[in-house]
Design a protein around this ligand. Structure first.
Ligand SMILES: Cc1ncc(COP(=O)(O)O)c(C=O)c1O
Length: 459
């Protein structure tokens, strides 16, 4: 058996209450979930319904707790139910949950975002999807052009024009395209491989005077963690500028997660360039629905009411969400980022050690403190684009995922998602992960040779 232990016993833990809730949910909610990847379709089995969460742990409806490496898909930088965030939210909610009128909290939150990033002005919205949709509209309005260049495997929310070859759930489910997107919207999108400067140059050579913007994840996290190659983002900034187009840097995932200034703090700021527009979400909402887009004042000034580009929201700048976000950002000191980097490095080193011990080829890739495993062939040096991310052994991920779950660790239920740590992931949480990894690595090794495996033999 090449050192690989025999077929596994069934996972010791089922989730009967979650299974019942899923059955009830499926009757009234499409697919039983309110966002597709949550349904566990890519890994099989019963999605865990969460009853409560605290710090680095979530507790499911069956009363079992897990170290959480999903962190609400990156939204939680300080862990679940951080006391300072909860207190601030309670206090804010007691003063009213929404007014439909401006508040000082929104101003302070906008000031905090402006102080940390390259943007001069910022407009608050309620989701990352709204942020990217609005940024693209503004880019089109500012340039008087229609075409948008996006990268295969990057996900920018479920915006019509940005769903083509998207990452996250779109690639997880292998959806070829999305019915319901008008042909005209799809035709206005040019999709090129991530990290491919030649393909970008060709797109501009062919359509340069019709391209409104390039939108990119500042570092890709929706096909697994795939950082930009050195100089790639700067190349995008220079190329868009040369052609009178705009660069929209999507920092919904990376913003305030990988650095106090987002990914721009790791490349744009030290290299001396800035995107024209930037989108934010997740961390800046402190676990509530808040997001934003911002950029140069001359561009943002085109928005209504100062300019003609319409964009609005009943709950935009919601006082409770803004309070949660502001509290989370104020807690996000340089020390926190140093700690997150160290935690992520420790976790991926532990994963690598466990997988190497079982002879499972893989890559552990990082984009700052975001990271993920790719179960690639042994000769693959790096995953730099969607094609590379797709050329991995999904069976191995599935087996690994379920063994981690059975040992009390919740990973994102897809091989095409990044893993997220928080400041609450302490030594005890890491110890739990360390205990789960060896059996998970053995499960991945068995998937290499077992009847359900996607390869004929062991490597
Ligand atoms: C990079 C990026 N942009 C945009 C979005 C969409 O944000 P939301 O889910 O808040 O609409 C996401 C969501 O995961 C994202 O990762």
């Amino acid at each position: 058996m090449n050192g690989v232990t025999p077929a596994p016993a069934p996972f010791p833990y089922e989730a009967p209450v979650s299974a019942l809730l899923m059955a009830r949910s499926r009757a009234v909610v499409p697919g039983g979930v309110n966002s597709p990847v949550r349904a566990f379709r890519a890994v099989g089995g019963t999605p865990r319904f969460v009853a409560s969460a605290r710090g680095a742990y979530v507790t499911d409806a069956d009363g079992r707790d897990y170290v959480d490496l999903v962190s609400s898909w990156g939204a939680l930088l300080h862990g679940h139910a951080h006391p300072a965030v909860v207190d601030a939210v309670r206090d804010a909610a007691g003063r009213g949950t929404t007014y439909g009128a401006p508040t000082e909290t929104e101003v302070v939150l906008a000031e905090e975002i402006v102080a940390r990033t390259s943007v001069e002005q910022v407009r608050l919205v309620s989701s990352g999807t709204e942020a990217t949709m609005s940024a693209v509209r503004l880019a089109r309005a500012a340039t008087g052009r229609d075409l948008v260049v996006k990268f295969a495997g990057c996900y920018h929310g479920h915006v019509d024009a940005l769903l083509a070859s998207a990452g996250s759930g779109v690639v997880t489910f292998g959806l070829p395209g999305t019915p319901g997107v008008p042909a005209a919207a799809a035709a206005a999108t040019i999709v090129v491989p991530y990290n491919d400067t030649d393909a970008v140059a060709r797109a501009f050579a062919e359509h340069g005077d019709r391209i409104a913007c390039v939108i990119t994840e500042a570092a890709a996290g929706n096909m697994g963690a795939v950082p930009p190659l050195p100089g790639f983002n700067r190349f995008l900034a220079e190329t868009t500028r040369e052609h009178g187009a705009l660069l929209v840097s999507d920092e919904v995932m990376t913003g305030f997660r990988v650095h106090r200034s987002g990914w721009w703090g790791l490349d744009g700021a030290p290299e001396g360039w800035a995107p024209d527009l930037t989108t934010f979400g997740k961390v800046m909402g402190g676990g509530f629905p808040a997001a934003a887009f911002g950029g140069r004042a001359d561009l943002m000034g085109r928005l209504a009411p100062d300019g003609p580009v319409y964009q609005a929201g009943t709950l935009s700048g919601n006082p409770v969400a803004s309070t949660a976000g502001l509290t989370a950002l104020r807690l996000a000191t340089d020390d926190v980022y140093t700690r997150l980097d160290a935690t992520a490095a420790q976790l991926s080193a532990l994963a690598t050690k466990a997988l190497e011990a079982e002879g499972v080829p893989h890559l552990a890739q990082h984009a700052g403190s975001m990271f993920s495993l790719f179960f690639t062939e042994p000769d693959v040096a790096a995953v730099v684009d969607l094609a590379g991310a797709q050329a991995q052994h999904l069976d191995r991920f599935r087996a690994f995922f379920h063994a981690m779950l059975a040992h009390g660790v919740m990973l994102p239920p897809s091989a095409f998602e990044a893993w997220f740590v928080s400041a609450a992931h302490d030594g005890a949480a890491l110890d739990r992960v360390a205990v789960a990894l060896p059996p998970a690595a053995r499960a991945a090794a068995r998937a290499m040779v077992g009847p359900g495996g996607d390869r004929g033999g062991s490597t």
